[in-house]
Design a protein around this ligand. Structure first.
Ligand SMILES: CC(C)(COP(=O)(O)OP(=O)(O)OC[C@H]1O[C@@H](n2cnc3c(N)ncnc32)[C@H](O)[C@@H]1OP(=O)(O)O)[C@@H](O)C(=O)NCCC(=O)NCCS
Length: 174
């Protein structure tokens, strides 16, 4: 049985099993606390009986004018719980908050260019590669900035791909 609920402070003490994954970044405590305090609707955990963390998503909403958008900061599922649509459901909750509550124009995220499984998943969920960000990860690996337009972006202007790659310094938000 899976429960999806809002992430809370105590979940920070039991998500190590998920964060062991090399593609999952671990931030400092104040980073997580800021997200919990400012964007609680964007932070959810999927839990198995016995308070076992199966996966979680954290994100935020930011931007000005037509750049007002939801952002996926992290989405991750422990290896033993993958391919059960957990990430899909977590992404759908974040997209719903962005679309229906915050009336954002799009949702975006960054993914390592080498992270094939995640890119496939995002494409399956309707995301497109908006632009490539050169050496976004530790000054080494390129990142892909992927986007999905929401209902407010009637003309789908937010998902017209950029023709050239950008550098991290050119990003409006990170
Ligand atoms: C990427 C990740 C979050 C996917 O989680 P998940 O719960 O297994 O994904 P879902 O079950 O919701 O997958 C939904 C769809 O995405 C696609 N997908 C997911 N994982 C895939 C994979 N490994 N290979 C190809 N397609 C994949 C499939 O189309 C899948 O639907 P299907 O199972 O019916 O074919 C998970 O593999 C993970 O935690 N990876 C490590 C952390 C990471 O890379 N996070 C993203 C960083 S940007």
């Amino acid at each position: 049985m899976t429960t999806i609920r809002r992430f809370c402070c105590n979940d920070l003490l039991r998500f190590t099993n998920v964060n062991f994954d090399h593609l999952t970044e671990t931030f400092n405590m104040s980073f997580y606390m800021t997200y919990l305090a400012r964007w609680p609707d964007y932070f959810h955990v999927a839990e198995a009986p016995g308070n076992i963390t199966m996966g979680y998503i954290m994100g935020k909403v930011e931007g000005q004018g037509e750049s007002w958008h939801g952002h996926v900061t992290a989405v991750t599922v422990a290896p033993e719980y993958r391919r059960q649509k957990l990430a899909k459901n977590l992404m759908s909750m974040l997209e719903d908050s962005s679309d229906k509550i915050d009336k954002a124009y799009f949702v975006d995220l960054f993914v390592r260019a080498s992270n094939g499984p995640a890119i496939k998943m995002y494409e399956k969920l309707g995301y497109i590669i908006y632009r490539r960000v050169l050496r976004y990860y530790s000054g080494e690996e390129d990142g892909l900035d992927m986007r999905k337009a929401l209902s407010r972006d009637v003309e789908k202007k937010s998902v017209i791909p950029l023709k050239r790659p950008v550098t991290p310094e050119e990003l409006e938000y990170d």
